[in-house]
Ligand binder design. Structure first.
Ligand SMILES: Cc1cc2nc3c(=O)[nH]c(=O)nc-3n(C[C@H](O)[C@H](O)[C@H](O)COP(=O)(O)O)c2cc1C
Length: 141
Protein backbone atom coordinates (compact mmCIF):
# COMPACT_ATOMS: atom_id res chain seq x y z
CA UNK A 1 0.00 0.00 0.00
CA UNK A 2 1.66 3.20 -1.18
CA UNK A 3 0.74 6.25 0.90
CA UNK A 4 1.99 9.76 0.11
CA UNK A 5 1.60 13.31 1.34
CA UNK A 6 1.79 16.39 -0.87
CA UNK A 7 1.31 19.96 0.25
CA UNK A 8 2.01 23.58 -0.52
CA UNK A 9 2.35 26.17 2.18
CA UNK A 10 3.05 29.88 1.93
CA UNK A 11 3.40 30.61 5.64
CA UNK A 12 4.11 27.13 7.03
CA UNK A 13 0.68 26.29 8.48
CA UNK A 14 -0.15 23.43 6.15
CA UNK A 15 3.46 22.24 6.26
CA UNK A 16 3.16 21.83 10.01
CA UNK A 17 0.25 19.41 9.60
CA UNK A 18 1.96 17.61 6.70
CA UNK A 19 5.15 17.15 8.73
CA UNK A 20 3.19 15.85 11.72
CA UNK A 21 1.37 13.23 9.67
CA UNK A 22 4.58 12.37 7.82
CA UNK A 23 6.26 11.66 11.13
CA UNK A 24 3.36 9.49 12.29
CA UNK A 25 3.35 7.47 9.06
CA UNK A 26 7.09 7.41 8.44
CA UNK A 27 6.70 9.30 5.16
CA UNK A 28 8.59 12.34 3.89
CA UNK A 29 5.92 14.86 2.79
CA UNK A 30 6.42 16.37 -0.65
CA UNK A 31 6.42 20.16 -0.99
CA UNK A 32 5.02 20.58 -4.50
CA UNK A 33 6.82 23.91 -4.86
CA UNK A 34 10.16 22.09 -4.77
CA UNK A 35 11.63 19.72 -7.36
CA UNK A 36 10.34 16.19 -6.84
CA UNK A 37 9.01 13.12 -8.60
CA UNK A 38 5.45 12.04 -7.88
CA UNK A 39 5.29 8.25 -7.62
CA UNK A 40 2.16 6.10 -7.91
CA UNK A 41 0.04 6.10 -4.77
CA UNK A 42 -2.91 4.14 -3.48
CA UNK A 43 -3.72 7.03 -1.18
CA UNK A 44 -2.37 10.55 -1.35
CA UNK A 45 -2.93 13.17 1.34
CA UNK A 46 -3.28 16.54 -0.38
CA UNK A 47 -2.92 19.71 1.68
CA UNK A 48 -2.99 23.47 1.13
CA UNK A 49 -4.36 26.74 2.49
CA UNK A 50 -7.36 28.79 1.36
CA UNK A 51 -6.67 31.96 -0.62
CA UNK A 52 -9.59 34.26 -1.43
CA UNK A 53 -12.14 31.56 -0.67
CA UNK A 54 -10.55 28.85 -2.82
CA UNK A 55 -7.72 26.35 -2.37
CA UNK A 56 -4.23 27.57 -3.25
CA UNK A 57 -4.00 27.89 -7.05
CA UNK A 58 -0.59 26.24 -6.88
CA UNK A 59 -2.25 23.04 -5.67
CA UNK A 60 -5.17 23.33 -8.08
CA UNK A 61 -2.79 23.65 -11.03
CA UNK A 62 -0.67 20.81 -9.72
CA UNK A 63 -3.65 18.47 -9.41
CA UNK A 64 -4.86 19.43 -12.87
CA UNK A 65 -1.50 18.23 -14.21
CA UNK A 66 -1.21 14.93 -12.36
CA UNK A 67 -0.67 12.21 -14.98
CA UNK A 68 -3.63 9.87 -15.45
CA UNK A 69 -3.79 6.59 -13.51
CA UNK A 70 -1.05 7.40 -11.00
CA UNK A 71 -3.18 8.13 -7.92
CA UNK A 72 -6.07 5.94 -6.76
CA UNK A 73 -7.44 7.89 -3.82
CA UNK A 74 -6.94 11.21 -2.05
CA UNK A 75 -7.60 12.72 1.35
CA UNK A 76 -7.77 16.51 1.49
CA UNK A 77 -6.47 18.59 4.37
CA UNK A 78 -6.68 22.34 4.50
CA UNK A 79 -5.68 25.19 6.78
CA UNK A 80 -7.44 28.53 6.67
CA UNK A 81 -8.60 31.45 8.79
CA UNK A 82 -12.29 30.63 8.98
CA UNK A 83 -12.29 26.85 9.43
CA UNK A 84 -14.76 26.63 6.53
CA UNK A 85 -14.52 23.84 4.01
CA UNK A 86 -13.24 25.60 0.89
CA UNK A 87 -12.04 22.42 -0.80
CA UNK A 88 -14.57 22.17 -3.64
CA UNK A 89 -12.24 23.14 -6.51
CA UNK A 90 -9.69 20.67 -5.26
CA UNK A 91 -12.29 17.93 -4.98
CA UNK A 92 -13.41 18.68 -8.54
CA UNK A 93 -9.85 18.66 -9.86
CA UNK A 94 -9.01 15.34 -8.21
CA UNK A 95 -12.24 13.70 -9.35
CA UNK A 96 -11.67 14.95 -12.89
CA UNK A 97 -8.47 12.88 -12.80
CA UNK A 98 -10.45 9.80 -11.80
CA UNK A 99 -9.10 9.99 -8.25
CA UNK A 100 -11.49 8.88 -5.54
CA UNK A 101 -11.74 11.57 -2.85
CA UNK A 102 -12.27 10.55 0.76
CA UNK A 103 -15.60 12.00 1.92
CA UNK A 104 -14.21 13.66 5.05
CA UNK A 105 -11.80 16.55 4.69
CA UNK A 106 -9.59 17.78 7.50
CA UNK A 107 -10.04 21.53 7.93
CA UNK A 108 -7.86 23.30 10.47
CA UNK A 109 -8.59 26.92 11.43
CA UNK A 110 -5.23 28.68 11.46
CA UNK A 111 -3.47 31.95 11.72
CA UNK A 112 -4.35 34.95 9.67
CA UNK A 113 -5.43 37.32 12.34
CA UNK A 114 -3.35 38.08 15.38
CA UNK A 115 -5.58 36.28 17.87
CA UNK A 116 -5.25 33.07 15.88
CA UNK A 117 -1.49 33.43 15.64
CA UNK A 118 -0.61 30.29 17.53
CA UNK A 119 -2.46 27.81 15.35
CA UNK A 120 -1.94 25.21 14.11
CA UNK A 121 -0.77 24.25 17.58
CA UNK A 122 0.32 20.87 18.88
CA UNK A 123 -3.27 19.85 19.53
CA UNK A 124 -4.13 20.53 15.88
CA UNK A 125 -1.17 18.46 14.77
CA UNK A 126 -2.13 15.60 17.09
CA UNK A 127 -5.75 15.68 15.90
CA UNK A 128 -4.64 15.58 12.29
CA UNK A 129 -2.24 12.72 12.94
CA UNK A 130 -5.08 10.75 14.53
CA UNK A 131 -7.37 11.51 11.58
CA UNK A 132 -4.76 10.42 9.03
CA UNK A 133 -3.52 7.33 10.85
CA UNK A 134 -7.10 6.10 11.32
CA UNK A 135 -7.75 6.35 7.57
CA UNK A 136 -4.52 4.57 6.69
CA UNK A 137 -5.16 1.77 9.21
CA UNK A 138 -8.68 1.29 7.85
CA UNK A 139 -7.25 1.04 4.33
CA UNK A 140 -4.64 -1.46 5.35
CA UNK A 141 -7.32 -3.58 7.03
C1 LIG B 1 -3.73 36.66 0.72
C2 LIG B 1 -4.42 35.72 1.65
C3 LIG B 1 -5.73 35.38 1.42
C4 LIG B 1 -6.41 34.52 2.29
N1 LIG B 1 -7.72 34.21 2.05
C5 LIG B 1 -8.38 33.42 2.93
C6 LIG B 1 -9.77 33.14 2.72
O1 LIG B 1 -10.40 33.56 1.77
N2 LIG B 1 -10.40 32.36 3.64
C7 LIG B 1 -9.75 31.85 4.74
O2 LIG B 1 -10.38 31.17 5.55
N3 LIG B 1 -8.44 32.09 4.94
C8 LIG B 1 -7.74 32.86 4.08
N4 LIG B 1 -6.41 33.12 4.26
C9 LIG B 1 -5.71 32.48 5.39
C10 LIG B 1 -4.91 31.26 4.94
O3 LIG B 1 -5.75 30.30 4.32
C11 LIG B 1 -4.24 30.60 6.16
O4 LIG B 1 -3.31 31.49 6.72
C12 LIG B 1 -3.59 29.28 5.80
O5 LIG B 1 -3.24 28.61 6.99
C13 LIG B 1 -2.36 29.46 4.96
O6 LIG B 1 -1.78 28.21 4.76
P1 LIG B 1 -0.28 28.03 4.31
O7 LIG B 1 0.55 28.97 5.13
O8 LIG B 1 0.04 26.63 4.60
O9 LIG B 1 -0.24 28.37 2.84
C14 LIG B 1 -5.72 33.98 3.42
C15 LIG B 1 -4.39 34.32 3.63
C16 LIG B 1 -3.73 35.19 2.77
C17 LIG B 1 -2.30 35.52 3.04
Amino acid sequence: MQIGIIYCSQSGSTKKLADGLGEALGIEPIDIAKPHILANYDMLFVGCGTYNDVPSDLMINYVNNIPANTIKGAVIFMTNATGKDNTQLLVNGLKAKGIEVFEKHYICPCKRWLFQGKRPDNHDVQRFKKFGVKIVKALQG
